[in-house]
Design a protein around this ligand. Structure first.
Ligand SMILES: Nc1ncnc2c1ncn2[C@@H]1O[C@H](COP(=O)(O)OP(=O)(O)OP(=O)(O)O)[C@@H](O)[C@H]1O
Length: 312
C-alpha cells in the first residue's frame, strides 16, 4: 500500500532523507520511530503530497505521490504533528467543514459526524468550541477529521505527542479500533513501548537513513544477542551469583532482593545447559526466565547516535 524507494530530500547540502526505502502492506500498522530531527515528518509530508522529494519514489496505493497527488489525497488521511487554530468552529462544524471539502453531501455528513465523534469519544463535546477542547481532545478531533472521507491509509505524525498517560491510552485504544477496521497505518512516535503493543512492523530512522526495519518480533530477536536472565532461588542467591560469574557466555551478574540477573551471550542450547548446571549444583530454583526486551531497548540498541547528514 505504501512503497518508498531511494527517497532523498535535500535542504541545500543537508540531506534530511537519504535513500530511504520502506514497504508497507495493506492492513499493516507500521511504527515509524527515530530521534528528533531523524526525518519522520519529512517522510510523512512527502507521502501526504505536501512536500516534493529531491529524488526517489514514493507511492501510495500504486500512485506516485508527485504525479497523482489528487488520487493519493483520496486514499490518505493525514494527521500532522501540529493542530491548526479554528477558534470560530464548534467541533461538529469543524468536521462538517472538512467533510464538505471532500465533497461529502450534507445529508451524509449528518449521519457520519456523530459516528466519528463517537469513535473518538467526543460525542459529549459536539457543540463546544474547538478552542475550548483540551489538547488530548483536539488530537482526537484531528484524528476524526482524517477519517471523514473513510481513507484506506492513515499517516499519523506523533498522534500521542504531548498527551498525558490517560489521554495516550485513549488514543491507543482508538488506533486499535482503526487497525481492526483494516486501515493501513503509518504512525510515528517517541513513545516506543506504547507503539510495540499495536504495531505489526517498525522502521527505525536516524539521520535521514533507515537503520532497521521489519516485524517487531524479528527485530527484537535479532537484538537478543545480549539476553538478560532472571533467576530466583529459595536460598543462597549470593553464592549462585558468584558461581555464575565463572560460567561461559556470562558477561555480567547482579544480585538483588528480586533475584540474580545475568547478562547472557549464549543461545537457547547454552541457556538450557546453564539451567541444568544450576539445578545439578543443588539450587532450588523458583523461577528462571528471560527478560523480554521492549521496543525502547531495541530503539536504544539500534540508534546509538553519531553520523551527520551533511553532504559534500
Ligand atoms: N524547511 C527545512 N529547511 C531546512 N531543514 C529542514 C527543513 N525541514 C526540516 N528540516 C530538517 O530536516 C531534518 C528532519 O526533520 P523532520 O522534521 O523530518 O524530523 P523528525 O524525525 O520528524 O523530528 P521530530 O521527531 O523532532 O518531529 C531535521 O534536521 C530538520 O531540521
Amino acid at each position: 500500500m505504501i512503497e518508498i524507494r531511494n527517497l532523498t530530500k535535500m535542504y541545500g547540502s543537508f540531506a534530511a532523507l537519504q535513500d530511504v526505502n520502506i514497504s508497507i502492506g495493506k492492513g499493516t500498522v507500521f511504527g515509524f520511530v527515530g530521534p528528533n530531527g531523524a526525518g519522520k515528518s519529512t517522510t510523512m509530508s512527502i507521502l501526504a503530497t505536501l512536500l516534493s522529494p529531491t529524488s526517489g519514489s514514493a507511492k501510495v496505493g500504486g500512485y506516485e505521490v508527485t504525479d497523482y497527488p489528487q488520487e493519493v489525497r483520496k486514499l490518505i488521511g493525514y494527521m500532522p504533528d501540529f493542530f491548526g487554530v479554528y477558534d470560530q468552529f464548534k467541533t461538529t462544524e469543524y468536521l462538517h467543514f472538512y467533510g464538505a471539502s471532500y465533497g461529502i453531501p450534507r445529508h451524509e455528513r449528518e449521519q457520519l459526524i456523530p459516528q466519528l465523534l463517537e469513535l473518538v469519544n467526543l460525542s459529549d463535546k459536539r457543540d463546544v468550541y474547538v478552542d475550548s477542547l483540551s489538547r488530548g481532545m483536539k488530537q482526537r478531533l484531528c484524528l476524526a477529521r482524517c477519517l471523514v472521507h473513510d481513507p484506506e491509509v492513515l499517516i499519523l505524525d506523533e498522534p500521542a505527542s504531548g498527551l498525558d498517560p490517560r489521554a495516550r491510552i485513549e488514543m491507543r485504544e482508538i488506533l486499535k479500533e482503526l487497525k481492526l477496521m483494516g486501515k493501513t497505518i503509518i504512525i510515528s512516535s517517541h513513545i516506543l513501548p506504547e507503539l510495540a503493543e499495536m504495531v505489526d512492523e517498525i522502521g527505525v530512522i536516524e539521520h535521514g537513513r533507515m537503520v532497521a526495519q521489519g516485524k517487531v518480533s524479528e527485530i527484537q530477536n535479532r537484538l537478543r544477542v545480549k539476553r538478560v536472565l532472571h533467576i530466583r532461588v529459595l536460598e543462597r542467591a549470593e553464592e549462585l551469583a558468584e558461581q555464575l560469574r565463572d560460567e561461559l557466555h556470562v558477561s555480567q551478574v547482579l544480585c538483588d532482593e528480586t533475584g540474580v540477573h545475568v547478562h547472557f551471550g549464549g543461545g537457547d542450547i547454552e541457556q538450557s545447559a546453564l539451567l541444568t548446571n544450576i539445578l545439578s549444583s543443588g539450587y532450588q530454583v523458583v523461577s528462571f526466565h528471560e527478560a523480554q526486551s521492549n521496543l525502547e531497548d531495541v530503539f536504544l540498541e539500534i540508534t546509538k547516535g553519531g553520523g551527520a547528514n551533511e553532504l559534500a
